[in-house]
Every structure is written in C-alpha cells, then in structure tokens.
Design a protein around this ligand. Structure first.
Ligand code: CA
Length: 225
C-alpha cells in the first residue's frame, strides 16, 4: 500500500513516515500543496493524508483539483485545531474523512485502514441512476442501453451529478469540480452544459432526470419510464 503524506510540519510528517513504513506502507512525503498535488498526479497512491493549512496551495484546493481531474484516491484531511475544519467545504471538495491534530498515530492508522477497505466502493466501474449509466473506464454514457455521445467535459459534469445522485448540487460546486476552483470565465457555463446534457440524455428519451433546484443548482434523479 502506497501512501502520500502532504504535511508542512516536517517533524510530524517524518514521524508519520516512520510509523507507516514500520507498518509496511510505502510512503512519500510532500511539504507543500503544489508538490503534493504534483506527486498525487504523477503517481498512483492507495490513500492520501492531506493537511489543510499548507504553503502554496491549501489542502481543500489540492483535493478539489484531484477530484476535478477524476482522481478518487481516498483522502484523509488533517486539521490543525478544532473548528478549523469546515465540514461542508471539506466534503464538498471530495475528502473522505478528517481528523483533528494532534492525532495519535494508532487513531490515524485505524482511519487509513478504514479508508483502504472502502476504496473499492469509491471507484465504481459504472455510475448508475436508473437506466442512465456512465462507464468509468470508457467514459461512454448510455440511456436505456443506447450509447449517447458526449464530450469529455459533458461527461465530467454528468459524472459529478451521478456521484451525488439524489442530492442538490450547487452550480458553484460543479464549476469548482469540473472547471477547477480558479476558473475565471462565465459561471453560467454550467447552465450551458446542463442544457446540452438534457438534450442528450433526457429529452430524446422523454425523461427529466436533470432537475433544477431553484436558486441553487441541480439534482440528478433516476427517471425511468
Ligand atoms: Ca499545516
């Protein structure tokens, strides 16, 4: 099992490395967010331990960029103190779990193992809502067994909504995850893409699965005949 530790407190990071290596993990350490993101994108890790307050790029942003790029490696976020963790923001970025420092090594290890056990569920081969499906390997979208041609960006928007099927998802969240938190274009781009998706996966099939949540965003619901 390969672990990436992104933590700017060097002593803590090295302590963690020592413990995890003694427990049989292969460990890489990054001391800031930019290096951490780069390592996570270059390598394949089984789990990532990610501090929130980091130089150059904070943990929320690292997490969001990875998720926006389709990387669903389990992420355990670390916060420096009680109350620093913004649960809504943290979970919105796609983090899987969090712990408040100082965290006893045994507790951290238990959480990492729990995340590793969950990993299989975090990376489904196929995302499904009723008879609407997205194959994660081929990126092919099907409705009622018929392939629907989508662009990579359309598929990314659909993936984000499928992963949160049944939940109200804000336009901002879609923008941050699919276009990246530093997107500076017109946020209405989200509406354009949802409209295109409706014209592909809903309208021709007489469905209404991409519903509007007024003043907020969208909710994808299974809509079978
Ligand atoms: Ca820190």
């Amino acid at each position: 099992m390969r672990v990436l530790v992104v933590e700017d407190e060097e002593r803590f990071a090295e302590g963690l490395r020592g413990g995890l290596e003694a427990d049989g993990f292969a460990v890489d350490v990054a001391l800031d967010g930019v290096d951490g993101l780069w390592l996570a994108q270059e390598n394949s890790y089984d789990v990532i331990v990610l501090d929130i307050m980091l130089p150059r790029l904070n943990g929320y942003r690292v997490c969001r960029r990875l998720r926006a790029g389709g990387d669903w490696t389990p992420i355990l976020m670390l916060t420096a103190k009680e109350g620093e963790w913004d649960e809504v923001e943290g979970l919105d970025t796609g983090a899987d779990d969090y712990l408040t420092k100082p965290v006893p090594y045994a507790v951290l290890l238990a959480h990492l193992r729990a995340l590793l056990r969950r990993e299989a569920h975090a990376r489904p081969a196929e995302l499904v809502a009723g008879d609407l499906r997205l194959d994660m390997a081929t990126r092919i979208v099907t409705r009622a067994g018929r392939a629907v041609g989508t662009t990579p960006r359309e598929a990314a928007v659909l993936e984000f909504l499928l992963r949160r099927a049944g939940e109200a998802v804000s336009k901002r969240a879609i923008l941050d995850h699919v276009w990246g938190g530093d997107f500076e274009g017109d946020p209405n781009i989200v509406e354009v893409y949802v409209r295109r998706l409706r014209n592909k996966v809903d309208r021709p099939f007489g469905r209404n699965s991409l519903t509007t949540v007024r003043g907020h965003g969208y909710r994808l619901v299974p809509d079978d005949p």
